[in-house]
Design a protein around this ligand. Sequence first.
Ligand code: PEP
Ligand code: MN
Length: 360
Amino acid sequence: MIIVMRMGATSKEIGDVIKRVEELGFRPHLSAGVERTIVGVIGDERPLQPDQWELLPGVERVVRILQPFKLASRDFHPDPTVIRINGVTKLADARQKDPQDTSPMAARPQVSIGGDEVVVIAGPCAVESREQILETAHAVKEAGAKILRGGAFKPRTSPYSFQGHGEYGLQLLAEAREATGLPICTEVMAPGEVPLVAAYADILQIGTRNMQNYALLHAVGESHRPVLLKRGMMSTIEELLMAAEYILSHGNYHVMLCERGISTFEKYTRNTLDINAVPALKQLSHLPVIVDPSHATGKWDLVDAASRAAIAAGADGLIVEVHPDPARAMSDGAQSLKPEKFAQMMSNLKRIAEAVDRKM
Ligand code: PEP
Ligand code: MN
């Protein structure tokens, strides 16, 4: 249930509503908009009578949210959520305050996801070496990517496959951020590893295999880092939104939903890009929607078309795999674009973005 306060409701009226919500054993969630303040009532509110709340001073109306996801729903928060990614690290913060500092980190622009701009996150599937991540970072930046991706902890189907470099991989990502100013997005696989990954990463990625790892959702919910939540390969749109709800309900409101393809009977492609999910998620939720055309197709030569479709369908961003030498990649080479192909794709995408009134 959400309680919409009247325009100009006083802070005492808002405070009284919050007090009442708490007295009844619910958790209030305050969302102060430009025009109105909305108080969300978190918990199983079935026994509550909306009409009684409408009698409280300052209350305009009360809306029951019928979907099982509440904080993630459009009814709860009609305006789109815009997430600012600021590339903060302790080192970067210290350097930013130095007026003499001319490094890329000091000059880095703010990146916002969920606003007018379509934001591209790009980089290798896995961080393999210093040369590989630095070369890729410079190349994707040059082509217009705003965020660098790269796995340090890799969820591999086989225990014998490369599992990622762990903390050393995170250090290499931080080095690439220092060199280029690009914020970094990297996967976290275990609840106990959230503090370590959050110390390096600007965006915590939850992989498809962990979408319903509730202990992990809880842990990232307690972190202040934005989260890129990938849809489970066999999960419904509603299950994705319920997973997001776990993170939001633990206090982290910076969640991006990622459609990365689902398992279907079709085996020509690695997964099937559920393009329907893009407008459906935008309709149901205020959270930004990102599409991963690389894991959705599994084939580098389908990535451009899938990306164009994603932007045309209303995606707020893309996460794309790029590798300087895909034939030698330690993971996902077949779906990785070479830097020059990525640059070509970026210029194609700009035209689609313009056609749908988005910046890129
Ligand atoms: C990845 O982004 O490299 C990855 C493992 O993605 P997913 O979890 O979607 O398979
Ligand atoms: Mn991958």
